[in-house]
Design a protein around this ligand. Structure first.
Ligand code: ADP
Ligand code: MG
Length: 684
């Protein structure tokens, strides 16, 4: 479910990411195009402004040109000419004055603002204009005179006999150009018209105070270096602008229009904001993606590790299961035959003791085999409610005995963690294994605490539910990280040969897992170790069965001698076991026939009636359960006792049908009891 949800998120991110990137890129290009459009528009307007200005100047020059062909001027009648010019000036209200310059003497012959009189020296502005006109002898636009006069001048040359004789100049009110400029410039933006000297002729800002004065260095550099284009700059008022300009090739006057900053800055700002947002979004999404992937990978790795551990246990489990099975067969033969010997030498005290010693050792072997099988899982666990209080009470004596007097054993059981789901026998064995490990870790004595408490969040790999943490803590030597990592591996031990089997923690782990829980180990070197079994809490209404006696405890009953002879057919492929069973039963007074395979057994069944069939489960060809079915076809109602090693127990029980089961290893008394009970149950 979690993986599923994550892949959905991943999918969503994968779907949105290209859209976000596409929108961001689209917005960026759109805004850039918009900016280019606004710039082109402004540059166009600046060119139009210069055309309008030129138009105005040319019209004024044309009007002035009419005067140049005056007869009075040609004849040198200056006074008459003066009054004639004054009449023309009245018709052109934008002209403040008209002057006449003598190109030969370089003197000003008259100025309409003054009464006609003696010639005066030329002002600097007009002298410069005269110089320029001398070179081309064409009408031209001059420049503006500085305050307080503030007039924009145009000049018309007057020639006679191929020589430049006079120059007529008209001083135009700059307001005329100011009107043109405001008509062209976008309202609210800064704009100016500048003459050939770089002085303001018109200006949208502070026109009155700036007209006739030099423009900023930015403006003058721009017109020095090119005839049109854009330049950044700052106005006298401190406004930062990006300005388009165009210079007329005829008048050399130029128009400067700031690109509307709202139209430029906003798109730029927005494109930055959009790009930044897109980048941020992409980053966040990408980051989330990476984070999720990393977490997924970590989780997968953990899951794989758990799987690997189970597979390892599975493989070793199968192997040990097989070994233990054969081992059980051998032990059955050993124990059985020792039993027979013991019975025969009842009177010889010394021989009997020797037999007892050998039996004792064999039983220990059987215990080891059962440990092997416990973790090999072949011995099916009977999981049910287990009362920990009862379990503790039951093993406390044994525990104290196992760990010895130098270790202080304490049990702490929370009342709400009393009943768990597990197998009581296996759980007992697990606690004993842990206690023994604790003892081995505390050769100089110490404390061993067994505790049980409720836990909610324990392990992410366990299904949700209530759990109990059953932990065994010691104050011993602890484990290194390498030992801790391998501690539950089957056959891993750091103890000398004969002391460690390496199966203790494997069994504990198998119990935890089979109970639907888990196991973890906390350990610090020289501090101690806590092994924690996580077990499911039993439902509140669970009924705890009364504890049954442990499987391993061999019944100490005396063998029961039969009075009435019964015929038993013994089938086992293992010669030693078969012989032991036959011998045992014969000594108990039964009539016994035996064989090592199912086919021969069926032939014997055809020839003779038997009261009981005793068969091994695992045999080549026909197994015990199959033989039982075939035998009961021939002799309906025939009681069958199947002998099996633990390893088969789950499979055996499934295949048994009406047959009963006797687990290996067993001794003569157990065999006798099982046979007698089966025969009795048939009788009534
Ligand atoms: P065994 O006890 O037969 O060696 P176990 O499976 O019980 O096998 O333990 C495996 C190994 O883990 C031990 O040999 C020991 O090194 C280590 N170990 C287990 N329990 C403890 C503990 N309580 N303190 C220190 N080391 C431990
Ligand atoms: Mg151990």
């Amino acid at each position: 479910m979690r993986f599923f949800r994550r892949s959905l998120i991943t999918l969503g991110v994968a779907a949105t990411l290209p859209t976000v990137v596409f929108v961001a890129v689209g917005a960026f290009y759109f805004l850039r195009a918009e900016r280019a459009r606004v710039e082109a528009d402004t540059l166009g307007r600046s060119e139009i402004a210069t055309m309008l200005v030129d138009g105005r100047l040319r019209r004024d020059l044309a009007a002035l040109g009419v005067l140049t062909s005056s007869v009075d001027l040609a004849k040198g009648n200056m006074r008459e000419f003066y009054f004639r010019v004054r009449r023309v000036q009245v018709a052109n209200p934008a002209w403040r004055t008209i002057i006449l310059i003598d190109a030969v003497s370089g003197q000003e012959l008259f100025d309409l603002r003054r009464p006609f009189g003696e010639p005066t020296p030329l002002s600097e502005v007009h002298a410069r204009a005269l110089n320029d006109i001398r070179q081309s002898a064409l009408p031209m636009a001059g420049s503006i005179t500085p305050p307080p006069e503030k007039l924009a001048w145009v000049y018309a040359p007057v020639s006679g006999e191929g020589e430049l004789r006079y120059v007529l100049g008209a001083g135009i009110e700059p307001q005329a150009f100011q009107d043109l400029l405001t008509a062209v410039a976008v309202p609210g933006t800064t704009a100016a018209v500048v003459d050939r000297q770089g002085q303001f002729v018109a200006r949208t800002l502070n026109f009155e105070s700036r007209v006739g004065t030099p423009a900023t260095e930015f403006v003058r550099r721009a017109i020095r270096e090119g005839s049109s284009g854009f330049y950044p700059g700052t106005t006298y008022e401190g406004l930062k602008n990006y300005t388009a300009f165009h210079t007329s090739s005829w008048s050399q006057w130029s128009a400067h229009l700031a690109v509307a900053s709202a139209a430029i800055d906003a798109p730029t700002t927005w494109s930055f904001v959009a790009a930044a947002l897109a980048a941020l979004g992409t980053l966040v999404l990408g980051g989330t993606l990476v984070l999720l992937m990393v977490r997924d990978m970590a989780e997968r790795r953990r899951a794989e590790e758990t799987l690997r551990q189970s597979q390892k246990m599975e493989a070793v489990g199968q192997l040990t299961g097989g070994i233990a099975h054969d081992f059980n067969n051998l032990l059955t033969a050993v124990i059985g035959n020792l039993d027979l010997i013991r019975n025969r030498v009842k009177d010889n005290e010394r021989l009997r003791r020797l037999a007892d010693n050998a039996l004792e050792a064999s039983r220990r072997g059987a215990k080891l085999a059962s440990q092997l099988l416990a973790f090999s899982r072949s011995q099916r666990m009977a999981v049910g409610p287990v009362n920990l209080q009862q379990l503790f009470n039951g093993i406390s004596g044994l525990l104290a005995q196992s760990v010895g007097p130098s270790i202080d054993v304490r049990m702490e059981l929370d009342p709400d963690a009393r009943v768990v789901m597990s197998d009581s026998n296996q759980l007992e064995l697990a606690l004993l294994n842990l206690a023994v490990n604790g003892r081995d870790a505390m050769p100089g004595g110490g404390k061993l605490i067994i505790s049980a408490r409720r836990a909610n969040v324990v392990d992410r790999h366990l299904p949700k539910g209530d759990y109990v943490q059953l932990s065994v803590t010691d104050t011993g030597v602890g484990m290194t990280e390498e030992v801790r990592a391998r501690a539950i591996d089957p056959f891993f031990t750091t103890k000398p040969v004969g002391q460690g089997t390496g199966l203790g923690l494997s069994q504990v782990y198998a119990v935890a897992r089979e109970s639907g829980g888990s196991l973890y180990i906390d350990s610090e070197i020289h501090q101690g170790t806590t092994v924690c079994l996580v077990l499911p809490l039993a439902p509140a209404d669970a009924v705890v069965p009364v504890a049954a006696p442990a499987v391993l405890e061999a019944a100490e009953a005396e063998p029961e001698l039969v009075t009435k002879s019964a015929a038993v057919l013994v089938v086992d492929d293992d010669k030693l076991v078969r012989r032991f069973m036959s011998e045992s039963l014969r000594s108990l007074g039964y009539e016994v026939r035996d064989t090592d395979n199912g086919v021969d057994a069926l032939i014997l069944l055809d020839a003779q009636r038997f009261d009981l069939l005793l068969a091994d489960f695992a045999m080549p060809g026909m197994n015990g359960a199959e033989l039982a079915k075939a035998a009961q076809m021939k002799q309906p109602g025939l009681p069958v006792l199947i002998v099996s090693g633990y390893a088969d127990s789950a499979a055996v029980e499934a295949a048994l049908g009406t047959a009963r089961q006797l687990r290996k290893p067993f001794d003569m008394a157990e065999l006798g009891a099982a046979v007698a009970e089966l025969l009795r149950s048939r009788e009534p």
